[in-house]
Design a protein around this ligand. Sequence first.
Ligand code: MN
Length: 137
Amino acid sequence: MKPRIVKANQGTTKLATADKFVGKVLHDQIFVPEDPSRLRVSRVTFTPGGRTNWHSHAVGQVLYVLSGVGRYQLDGEAVQEILAGDTVIIPPNARHWHGAAPDQMMCHLALSESDDTGAATDWLEPVSEAAYTAPTA
Ligand code: MN
């Protein structure tokens, strides 16, 4: 890991892949793991209706909402609204999803690490329209 500043005009915004997300979702890579760090940081922008599939993280995840209005659900719990400035702390191996509100965008930083075996995120099935549009808690 060498000291440097990665300038904002570096890198390319990518469209998130349809096998892991529903709707139009934009991904900007902020940091990928560099030995000895296992940290991965992404900025993810979900357009209205956009969301992740159900998934889990081997050692958990922290989300920091930068802008907009979003939704988050831990399996077995009600959907929760998340707003700019909110921090979502997701424990290891917990099934969940996150995304925009149905009618507003949401942008978050996603911070996660891999475990000792290199495992990081386990991607599962899409979030159904019924689950996504359920009333928020
Ligand atoms: Mn997650």
